[in-house]
Design a protein around this ligand. Structure first.
Ligand code: UD1
Length: 421
């Protein structure tokens, strides 16, 4: 049970360094299952999702050592995980399926969990494995896949990030060539492919809708540093824009987040890119219209933090969520702070620009929790943010400390020994 206290903040200012992207690190750690040789991943962030995945990989027989922010994996004799409980804690755990199947011809995985932001089926992952020659058998709570993999042609009905990654992770060791159509184009996909290429995989077309993979008999180890976190970057930029701040983000890759940067400039803030990073300054005042889409569209993970910013923008902002069907849960908590929000199915209308009051709110999911922390900066007085499921630390490495570096007053309350879980 995490509890955060947030005080009203007039202005954020200063510089902050970004962490490595959670959504790049998780699939790259799973790539460790593909080789007998060591895979070392650098600058791995301190996140509970990373801890959960390393527990799952250990359960898969992978030896893992962590030296500060460097993680090394040895996967001599991998096997399917035995604990379904671990898998149900985190959706990205389904990414062990592709590499296990490719390496051993067998994968039994529990059906995954994660944030309750929608139904989040894994039909496209399974469809991909079947196109590579696997047979799938369902039992309550789990699915078993087996077969020697060969190359295949796969069309994804939706450019799912996880399904694209899982199929790539399987196809790199399948016999022959694979083609994925309507593949996801997210920077994290490109990063996974760059790491796999360093391991000896042959992949072309990553970052486009058609990816080709020429399967190899074996991959080797490598040392890899994943990309910075574009969602953490966007969250901090929204916080800066809400408080009329002047903030320099170091280590940012602006080319990974153009849609977010365009939307931020539409609010009236100034963004300046330089060798040092990206600086946001000025006043956000104009309302925005946001439609979440697959990359390069506006990321669904930035919808909640952007909504927190919309609470400060005079006029009506409109949000259309097209990726997940249940991703406005933070809005209800924001209304408890005095926000004027109307939800109609997948559309949220936010009438912003009026005062918010600090109160006690509850984090509904990872990005929604971060957005409530930002809303707390704008609210008068003090906000208590309860995060009983520990959502925020799943995906942000010490967000309160990053905000404090910029002058905010945000703390995580110490838990008494007997309630630590
Ligand atoms: C990844 C990200 C998550 C982000 C999401 C969308 C990681 C670890 N997580 O999640 O932060 O919010 O991309 O950018 O990288 N779908 C199906 N069938 C499938 C798979 C997906 O219908 O087999 C649907 C989902 O229900 C959802 C949509 O496709 O509506 C997008 O899901 P997907 O792109 O797969 O997201 P994740 O990989 O789970």
């Amino acid at each position: 049970m995490a509890t955060y206290r947030i005080r009203h903040c007039e202005r954020l200012g200063g510089e902050v360094n970004l962490h490595t992207a959670k959504n790049a690190v998780l699939p790259i750690l799973c790539a460790g299952l593909l080789t007998r040789e060591p895979l070392t991943v650098e600058r791995v962030p301190m996140l509970t999702d990373v801890d959960t995945l390393t527990e799952i990989l250990t359960d898969c027989g992978v030896e893992i050592s962590r030296n500060r922010d460097e993680v090394t994996l040895w996967s001599d004799d991998p096997r399917s995980p035995s604990s379904e409980n671990l898998l149900s804690r985190m959706r990205a755990s389904v990414l062990v399926m592709g590499p296990l199947l490719a390496r051993t011809g067998y994968a039994r995985v529990g059906l995954p969990g994660g944030c309750a932001i929608g139904q989040r089926p894994i039909d496209l992952h399974i469809k991909g494995m079947q196109a590579l020659g696997a047979e799938a058998q369902y039992t309550p709570g789990s699915v078993t896949l087996q077969g020697e993999l060969h190359g295949g042609s796969i069309y994804l009905d939706f450019p799912s990030v996880g399904a694209t990654e899982n199929i790539i992770l399987a196809a790199v060791l399948a016999k022959g060539s694979t083609r994925i159509e309507n593949a996801a184009k997210e920077p994290e996909i490109v990063d996974l492919c760059a790491c796999l290429s360093d391991m000896g995989a042959r992949i072309s077309g990553s970052g486009t809708g058609t990816i080709f993979i020429e399967g190899q008999p074996a991959l080797h180890g490598c040392t890899y540093r994943p990309i910075p976190d574009r969602i953490e970057a966007g969250t901090i930029l929204c916080a800066a824009a809400m408080t009329e701040g002047s903030v320099l983000l170091r280590g940012i890759r602006p080319e990974h987040m153009r849609a977010v940067l365009y939307k931020l400039s539409e609010t009236g803030v100034t963004l300046r890119e330089s060798g040092a990073g990206l600086r946001l300054s000025g006043r956000a005042s104009q309302p925005v219209q946001v439609r979440t889409l697959a990359y390069p569209g506006f990321p669904t993970d930035m919808q909640a933090p952007m909504m927190a910013l919309a609470l400060r923008l005079r006029g009506t902002s409109v949000f259309l969520e097209t990726i997940f069907e249940n991703r406005f849960m933070h809005a209800r908590e924001m209304t408890r702070m005095g926000a004027l929000i109307r939800i109609e199915d997948r559309i949220a209308l936010i009438t912003g620009g009026h005062a918010l009051a600090g109160t006690t709110v509850t984090s509904p999911d990872l990005r929604g929790g971060a957005a409530l922390m930002l809303a707390g900066l704008a609210a008068e007085g003090e906000t208590t943010l309860l995060d009983p499921a520990g959502h925020i630390s799943r995906g942000y490495e010490n967000l309160p400390a990053m905000l404090r570096e910029l002058g905010a007053e945000v703390w995580e309350e110490e838990q008494p020994e007997n309630v630590r879980g």
